[in-house]
Design a binder for this molecule. Structure first.
Ligand code: GSH
Length: 205
């Protein structure tokens, strides 16, 4: 990588961890600049103007350019590496699981983890409390879909780890912090043990 890489992050975020894991697996050095999202540090006028107008981390800074959205950042780092399949259909399958992660997994599993572990159930708004059951059911549905897919296979796509595994691993490994019982998903549990065996793997902080 010719340009310096800096991750604007909150280390409690699985979306940030995905990018750190991708960089680690590929051997890219990645500096980090930390924010506290619970204190609104990604909503300041300075952050909105110069880092991400959407007010969220992670943002991968590549030299002077800024790239929000975790899965886009993982793609940027991994392009040309074995983490992105060469086969056109497999590459599209990998993207399918990355979109699944953002639409069906992260908004349910990561959000419940954030509410349970960091915000605290007593501090939730009425609107957030009303959403909990629907998010629990949708999160269980995502885990069940993953479990069915992983039965009889080691990785989400093809015969080796891809970005699909990296991005889905980030919040699945901490799903129990959001009240999800992973014992109901044995193929997911086996896969969760497989990912850390990848060379250069790093754990979430
Ligand atoms: N789709 C985005 C989601 C980014 C996101 O929701 N970031 C959260 C932390 S994981 C955040 O910055 N929250 C602070 C806020 O909304 O003020 C991605 O994958 O990067």
């Amino acid at each position: 990588m010719a340009e310096a890489l800096l991750l604007h992050e909150d280390p409690r975020s699985g979306n940030c961890y995905k990018i750190k894991l991708t960089a680690a697996l590929l051997g890219f050095p990645l500096e980090a600049y930390q924010y506290d999202i619970l204190k609104g540090e990604t909503r300041t006028p300075e952050f909105l103007e110069s880092i991400n107008a959407h007010g969220r981390i992670p943002v991968l800074q590549i030299g002077e350019r800024f790239l929000p959205e975790s899965n886009a950042a993982c793609w940027f780092l991994a392009e040309g590496s074995p983490l992105i399949p060469e086969d056109q259909f497999d590459r599209a399958q990998m993207l399918r699981w990355m979109f699944f992660e953002q639409y069906s997994h992260e908004p349910n599993i990561a959000t419940l983890r954030f509410w349970c572990k960091f915000v605290g159930l007593n501090n939730l708004s009425e609107q957030q409390r009303d959403q909990m059951t629907a998010k629990r059911i949708a999160g269980q549905d995502a885990l069940s879909t993953m479990n069915g897919h992983l039965e009889g296979r080691d990785w989400f796509v093809g015969s080796a780890a891809t970005l699909a595994d990296v991005v889905l691993f980030a919040y699945t490994q901490v799903a129990e912090e959001g009240g999800f019982d992973l014992s109901a998903y044995p193929a997911v549990q086996a896969w969760l043990k497989r990912v850390p065996t990848l060379p250069k793997y790093i754990a979430m902080q």
